[in-house]
Ligand binder design. Sequence first.
Ligand SMILES: O=P(O)(O)OC[C@H]1O[C@H](OP(=O)(O)OP(=O)(O)O)[C@H](O)[C@@H]1O
Ligand SMILES: NC(=O)CC[C@H](N)C(=O)O
Ligand SMILES: [Mg+2]
Length: 486
Amino acid sequence: MCGIVGIVSSEPVNQQVYDSLLLLQHRGQDSTGIATVDGDRFHMVKANGQVREAYRTRDMRQLLGNVGLGHVRYATRGSAAREEEAQPFYVGAPYGIILVHNGNLTNTRELTAELFNVDRRHLNTHSDTELLLNVLANELQAGITGLQLDDEQVFDAVARVHERVEGSYAAIAMIAGYGLLAFRDPFGIRPLVLGRRKAENGQDEWVVASESLVLESGGYEIVRDVEPGEAIMISPDGSMKSRQCAAARKLVPCAFEYIYLARPDSVLDGISVYDARLRLGDVLAEEIAEQLQGVDVDVVMPIPDSARPSAMQVAQKLGIEYREGFFKNRYVGRTFIMPGQAVRKKSVRQKLNAMSTEFAGKNVLIVDDSIVRGTTSREIVEMARTAGAKSVIFASAAPPVIYPHVYGINMPTRSELIAHGRTPAEIAEGLGADHLIYLSVEGMNRAILEGQDHVTELEQSCFTGEYIAGNVDEEYLSWVEATQES
Ligand SMILES: O=P(O)(O)OC[C@H]1O[C@H](OP(=O)(O)OP(=O)(O)O)[C@H](O)[C@@H]1O
Ligand SMILES: NC(=O)CC[C@H](N)C(=O)O
Ligand SMILES: [Mg+2]
């Protein structure tokens, strides 16, 4: 996952893009970039680190123009640390294109070979985003007939991108002198939402972003989610056109967005993230009640931040007191999306502290939204015990993460997943917990999908091993494991 935003405004757009990226910071902390276009001139700034530390006033001043886009990165392919792998990416032809991408392509080997052998394109990084941009550029180039580009040629190019590219991609691009293009893969795995507001001069102003909270905060009305396979073109004057560009499509958004990634105050594909987390807690409570008969629990505690809504519901449904015993240092970012296990491990201790008075002599039911590598839970259980807990019961508001996630979340190797190849009893032992309960896959689907019929299926390969997009098989997973950079 990454956070992306694109804006077409009637006035300079730099500050708005910056503000939007701050709101999307929870989606990526590795690096960030902003690009704007002023007439047919691009301006771009990118740097490692988080939004607040990455941009100087002089950077902001050079980002001229009323059309712009931005990115916060959580690397899945290529190095997290190298600035040249940070997004956006730029190509000079045709016209000049700058692109940002959230997702992960799975046929990168084929694309790399094709782009070199057939299309004669140079690639400068290991980033899959650079591949996506070059395929788009190539397909645009192939479809141009006159000097001027028109919307249909752009949509035809996106249709050919869908045919060549596999995996997940929510993308926003600027084409110099032409406008802003946004498109989403045929399964709509990663989110992308469209908003509009009226400028004082009457012009329509547009935003496309990973999460709806960006729209609300900027005073935009939510128009709709970009559909899977759809492309949207917005001209600098505010006119908008869209077309379905995928021959076959089906909305299958990523379950992990609802469980952990997205901010609770966002609505993705019509499902409120907060409500989904409450329902995950409701169903988890039912499953705990079935599995933990006769086990004493005195208090329910969340692991801040993402587990709070689910933990609240667990406490309420089970009729057990809800207490906060772990306190978070707000100046430490999200641990899970940090690159490198050593940094993640150190950060859990820096980030969370257990208050002994809340633990001493108690049977504590700790709820987290998910257990992936076990980095957080292992430390937490130890902290709870040191703080005097009588027993520690651990519950995850998501099923066991058994398989790698290859669609935009950086958990590519099976060996790093604590649930891979282990039974719940073995995992509990590994974590040092007295009992461990995971939400079931069926329970997760019921919780997230309840109360609506727009989304009927979730991308949940990391729980089930069933990969919907691309040819993700044993050979592919082994290749990813062997070549992953951190
Ligand atoms: O099993 P692990 O590999 O530790 O991963 C899972 C943990 O990581 C995330 O927290 P994170 O600190 O990233 O963010 P949060 O403050 O939003 O909960 C998630 O909420 C879990 O607590
Ligand atoms: N998490 C993402 O969406 C990452 C985007 C892209 N694959 C990168 O690594 O930069
Ligand atoms: Mg957490």
